[in-house]
Design a protein around this ligand. Structure first.
Ligand code: UGA
Length: 430
C-alpha cells in the first residue's frame, strides 16, 4: 500500500520505518522544512537505537521518503496522523496541530483512502476528525483509531513485535484495511469501536503510572519499617495476576507520555463530572517522589548553600535524549535555588536539558567522574550504564564528601559501603 504519514516526530518516524519494512511505500510529511531536510539526508531527528540504519537502507530502496507538502496525501491508500497533542496549561490535550493538519490534507484525500489516527487523543476525537474532513470537503471519510504503545529507546523492537494492535473503527472495510496494513504482525489484533480504542491508550498509560506510584509509596513505607522494596516487588511479581514489570521504585516517572496522558485522562473524566480520585493520587505521589532526592541530600548534608552536587542523568530514562517532564528539570533548579553548584553529566541529553534550563551555577561534564570531582554528593537520576558501572572506589577518591544518593536503586548497597560512601536508595535498608 501507499502510506502517507502526517507528522515526522517520534511516533510518525518510527511508524514510517516500520510500515516501510513491512513492504509498503511510505512518505513522511512534516511542515517543518528543516526537519524534512535533515531526514531526507538520512539524519534522524530523534535518538532511537537502530533507526538511522533502517532509514538509510529504506531510503536507498525507495521505500521511504520525506516531504514538506501535504499534497503527497493524494498518493495515499492510508493516511496515518501522528502529530503531537501536547498538554495545555489546564492539563487537557491541545488538538490545534491535529486539527490544522487534518484540515490541510483533507482536500487531497482520495475518496477510497482511510485516515488512521495514531496520535494520543481524547475520547471522541476520531469523530471530530471526520467532521473536520466533512467541513473541508463535504465528504465522509473513514477514520480508524490505532493507538501507539511503543516505548522510547525500544521503539523499533516494540513496533516489529507489538504485544497488541488495537484497531478502533465503525467501518468493517476500514478496519480490515488497517489490519492488512499491519500484516504479518496480525497475531494480537483487538477490534473495537472508536471511543474504546481511544480509551485503551489512556487506560494503559494510566495503569502503568499507577503501578509506579504504588511501588514508590510502598518504597517510602519500606524505608520506615525497614523492609526492602526490591524484594517486596519481586515477591509480588511472582503472582502472575500482578506481574513483575513496572514495579521498580525510584524517583518516579517522566517523559512525554505518562505525565501528559494522566493529566489528559483527568480532564476527560472532569468533562463528564467524574472524580477520578485514584488517578489524582497517582499524579500527586509522582510529583512528591521527585523531592526525595532533595530530602535525602538535606538529611546527609544539611544546608546545601556553597556545596557542590553532581547530578548523573538528565533524560527521563536511559536510552533516550528526551528530557520532557524529566525529574532532573524539577530537581536541578531546586538545587540551584538552595545555593549549590551543580555539576551535570548525561550521555545523550545535555543539549535537550540546556535548551530547557541553563544557569551559571550549572556546569556540564563529559564523563561521570569529572562531574563528580570535588562534589559533596552524587545524585543518580537516570540509570544509564555509564553511571551504574562506574568504579565506586575511584568515585569516592575524586569526591569532596562521600555521599551517593541513588534515585533509581541502581547500585548494590554492600559495594557502595565497601567503597566508603554513605548511601541512600529508595525503599531499601542500607
Ligand atoms: C510509555 C509506555 O511504556 C509506552 O507503552 C507508551 O506507548 C508510551 O509511554 C507512549 O504513550 O507513547 P515511555 O514514555 O517511552 O513509554 O517510557 P517507559 O519506558 O514506559 O518509562 C516511563 C517512565 O517510568 C520513565 O521515567 C521510567 O524511569 C519510569 N519507570 C518505569 C519507573 O519509575 N519504574 C518502572 O518500574 C518503570
Amino acid at each position: 500500500m501507499n502510506i502517507v504519514i502526517i507528522g515526522a516526530g517520534y511516533v510518525g518516524l518510527v511508524t514510517g520505518v516500520c510500515f516501510a519494512e513491512l513492504g509498503h511505500r511510505v512518505v513522511c510529511v512534516d511542515r517543518d522544512e528543516d526537519k524534512i531536510g535533515l531526514l531526507s539526508a538520512g539524519r534522524p531527528t530523534i535518538y532511537e537505537p537502530g533507526l538511522e540504519e533502517h532509514m538509510i537502507r529504506l531510503m536507498s530502496e525507495e521505500r521511504l521518503s520525506f516531504s514538506a507538502s501535504v499534497v503527497d496525501t493524494a498518493l495515499a491508500d492510508v493516511v496515518v496522523v501522528a502529530v503531537g497533542t501536547p498538554q495545555r496549561m489546564d492539563g487537557a490535550s491541545d488538538l490545534t496541530d491535529l486539527e490544522s493538519a487534518v484540515r490541510s490534507f483533507a482536500r487531497f484525500l482520495r475518496e477510497d483512502a482511510i485516515v488512521m489516527i495514531k496520535s494520543t487523543v481524547p475520547v471522541g476525537t476520531n469523530e471530530r476528525v471526520r467532521e473536520w474532513i466533512k467541513e473541508e470537503t463535504g465528504r465522509n471519510a473513514d477514520t480508524v483509531s490505532v493507538p501507539e504503545f511503543m516505548r522510547e529507546g525500544s521503539a523499533l523492537q516494540d513496533s516489529f513485535h507489538p504485544d497488541r494492535i488495537v484497531i478502533g473503527s465503525d467501518s468493517e472495510q476500514a478496519a480490515a484495511r488497517a489490519a492488512d496494513l499491519h500484516a504479518p504482525l496480525t497475531s494480537n489484533i483487538l477490534h473495537t469501536d472508536l471511543r474504546t480504542a481511544e480509551m485503551i491508550k489512556y487506560a494503559s498509560n494510566a495503569f502503568l503510572a499507577t503501578k509506579i506510584s504504588f511501588i514508590n509509596e510502598m518504597a517510602n513505607l519500606c524505608d520506615k519499617v525497614g523492609a526492602d522494596v526490591q524484594v517486596v516487588a519481586a515477591g509480588m511479581g511472582m503472582d502472575p495476576r500482578i506481574g513483575n514489570a513496572f514495579l521498580k521504585a525510584g524517583i518516579g516517572y517522566g517523559g512525554s507520555c505518562f505525565p501528559k496522558d494522566t493529566h489528559a485522562l483527568l480532564q476527560i473524566a472532569g468533562h463528564v463530572d467524574y472524580d477520578f480520585k485514584l488517578l489524582k493520587a497517582v499524579i500527586e505521589v509522582n510529583q512528591t517522589q521527585r523531592k526525595r532526592v532533595l530530602v535525602a541530600l538535606g538529611e546527609q548534608l544539611g544546608a546545601l548553600e556553597g556545596l557542590t552536587i553532581a547530578v548523573w542523568g538528565a533524560s527521563f530514562k536511559p536510552g533516550t535524549d528526551d528530557v520532557r517532564s524529566a525529574p532532573s528539570l524539577d530537581i536541578v533548579p531546586e538545587l540551584v535555588s538552595s545555593g549549590a553548584a551543580v555539576r551535570m553529566c548525561d550521555p545523550a541529553a545535555e543539549l535537550g536539558f540546556r535548551r530547557a534550563y541553563e544557569h551559571p551555577q550549572v556546569t556540564w561534564h563529559k564523563e561521570p567522574l569529572s562531574a563528580a570531582e570535588g562534589a559533596h554528593a552524587v545524585c543518580l537520576l537516570t540509570e544509564w550504564p555509564v553511571f551504574t558501572e562506574v568504579d565506586l572506589t575511584l568515585l569516592r577518591s575524586v569526591m569532596a564528601a562521600p555521599v551517593l544518593i541513588d534515585g533509581r536503586n541502581a547500585y548494590q548497597g554492600e559495594a557502595v559501603k565497601e567503597a566508603g560512601l554513605y548511601y541512600t536508595a529508595v525503599g531499601r535498608p542500607v
